[in-house]
Write a protein that binds this ligand. Structure first.
Ligand SMILES: Nc1ncnc2c1ncn2[C@@H]1O[C@H](COP(=O)(O)OP(=O)(O)OP(=O)(O)O)[C@@H](O)[C@H]1O
Ligand SMILES: [Mg+2]
Length: 531
């Protein structure tokens, strides 16, 4: 669907020499950026490069320190504009889907979609709920998600919440639509639906600005590409004119390394065992159905499955954060039965959660406070906090994870999305776990940082820690795991050593129970096991 450019393509919006200075940080330096109508304009760059900041300026959320914005509005001569706020930008045709979810979890889907633009009853102050519901239904249907508009946000999966974010912008029928990492928590199928919606918008002439760290996605759908590095513009061209390696090199400023290490590790004795983990589903059936497995010291166990297979719920149940979960978790021969999450952490089990912003961070605290939050026991002596030790640990983690931050005392809010994710990972590592549970650890972080996360996983495995990691990216699972288990509808439907696993067998095992000619697939998977 991408890579279509021609001489006739028309620029609909232009940013010229945009500079943005935050206290202590120059987020953008004289960046030029053009948006073509009816095209997908991709924007890439490492975590902290300035992508979201540029988009916030184009959407009226932030004001530039200097620089100009022009809109063409169908004419050949552009007119200079400024946006007082998001509503102002929306009225001028610009919509934005944020990198972070901004939904009210205790309100319904349609209340969220119409937040601040409620449809009122004729000559009345009352909200016209029926009409809002009707319109919401229509938009959601177009987005391929027939979610009931009366559902509360907190009852939706992360991927569905992201769809609601997108629906919010569609109400205004934007001419220019900014999507800041819209696919980061969507399943493969949901991504396909989103792409077909984007295709339709493109055909209607909407100029789409698309930010993503998923390289294969960028190459596939992009018509034009702009690369930022360290707050500056490095390259802007049509997608046809540049190859993948060049994109990565221009983003990171060096030659792309090998991103997947594919190391094998020598596994020792069993460190973790999970027995009959079961989680009843609200309204009948099971989210997890007697899941049992074990992990050895020095082993990386990958868990693969489709969205809704129960992967996140499995990790959360192991951590003791899901109330209704039943089953046993043994760590180094000790049962963690009945323990609170903080006690499980003290025993050496820690989870890097999927929804990092909401679950892993205290947004009103500084970077250093967030980092040391979960490992007080390491430097708190006789109830006195050992400040020097704390400072050292924090600095070491910022260095190791290459967290881009002017000072550790800065509020976590001031960090770019990807750098916030790195803080959550750092925080978990600082607890010195024996077994690390990672839920989609590379989501939202740039190609360079991905290889750092893989490096850390390898080092931990070599140091005889156990690692369980969930990923939706087959390539990642296949290259990082020593062993892979596949979950489908809450059951283990496959287990493979790295040497036996291929994309094909994993995909098939992940579809078992989905009613897609399950019979033949089961036999084939059994064959793959050697049964
Ligand atoms: N409100 C703020 N106050 C201070 N600094 C900020 C603020 N917002 C962003 N920054 C800084 O500006 C720089 C660019 O951040 P930005 O969020 O634009 O990066 P990004 O390219 O979107 O990265 P990512 O891929 O991680 O989302 C970063 O160094 C960030 O710490
Ligand atoms: Mg960003």
């Amino acid at each position: 669907m991408g890579n279509e450019t021609s001489q006739n393509d028309r620029i609909v919006m232009e940013a010229r020499k945009i500079t943005k200075i935050f206290p202590g940080t120059r987020a953008l330096q004289e960046v030029d950026f053009s948006v073509y109508g009816g095209k997908i304009n991709v924007l890439v760059g490492e975590n902290g490069a300035g992508k979201s900041t540029l988009m916030k300026i184009l959407a009226g959320i932030e004001q530039p320190t200097s620089g100009e914005i022009y809109l063409y509005n169908g004419s050949v001569t552009p007119s200079r504009v400024s946006f007082a706020n998001t509503r102002d930008a929306a009225r001028k045709g610009i919509g934005i889907v944020h990198q972070e979810l901004n939904l009210f979890s205790d309100l319904t889907v349609s209340e969220n979609i119409f937040m601040n633009k409620e449809i009122k009853r004729y000559k009345s102050l009352y909200i016209h709920h029926e009409q809002q519901n009707e319109k919401s239904k229509e938009i959601l249907h177009k987005l391929g998600q027939d979610i009931d508009p009366n559902t509360l946000i907190r009852n939706l999966r992360l991927g569905q919440q992201q769809i609601v974010e997108i629906a919010k912008t569609m109400v205004d029928e934007p001419k220019i639509l900014i999507m800041d990492e819209p696919t980061s928590s969507l399943s493969v199928q949901e991504v396909e639906v989103l792409f077909s919606v984007i295709q339709e918008l493109k055909e209607e002439g909407v100029g789409i600005i698309y930010i993503s760290h998923r390289m294969e996605e960028i190459k596939r759908i992009g018509d034009y590409i702009t690369i930022l590095r360290d707050s500056r513009l490095v390259e802007t061209c049509s997608m046809n004119e540049i190859c993948m390696n060049d994109i990565v090199r221009k983003m990171v400023g060096r030659d792309p390394q090998k991103f997947f290490s594919g190391q094998t590790h020598t596994a020792g004795e069993e460190v973790l065992s999970v027995k009959h983990m079961t989680l009843p589903r609200f309204g009948g059936g099971f989210t997890l159905d007697k899941v049992s497995f074990s992990v050895r010291k020095g082993e990386i166990l990958g868990i693969y499955g489709l969205m809704g297979a129960g992967r996140t719920e499995l990790l959360e149940s192991m951590m003791g954060v899901v109330e209704k979960a039943e089953g046993e978790v043994w760590l180094e021969g000790k049962s963690l039965h009945g323990m609170q999450p903080k006690d499980r952490i003290a025993h050496g089990l820690v989870l890097i959660p999927e929804e990092r912003q909401r679950e892993g961070l205290f947004l009103n605290l500084a970077v250093d406070q967030n980092l040391t939050m979960a490992c007080m026991h390491r430097y708190a002596k006789a109830l006195k906090i050992h400040e020097k030790k704390e400072r050292e640990l924090v600095l070491q983690m910022i260095r190791e994870m290459r967290i881009k931050v002017a000072s550790p005392q800065i509020s976590i809010n001031a960090l770019s999305g990807g750098n916030q994710q790195k803080v959550v990972i750092g925080k978990c590592l600082l607890t010195q776990p024996k077994v690390l549970l990672m839920d989609e650890p590379t989501r939202g972080i740039d190609v360079g940082a991905k290889s750092e996360v893989f490096e850390i996983m390898n080092t931990m495995a070599n140091n005889k820690f156990g690692i369980v990691f969930v990923s939706s990216e087959l390539e990642e699972i296949l290259s990082m795991s020593d062993r892979i288990i596949v979950l489908s509808k809450g059951k283990i439907t496959g287990e493979f050593l790295r040497s036996e696993a291929t994309e094909e067998v994993l995909r098939r095992a992940s579809e078992i129970g989905h009613g897609i000619t399950a019979a033949t697939k089961t036999t084939e998977v059994e064959k793959a096991y050697g049964n």
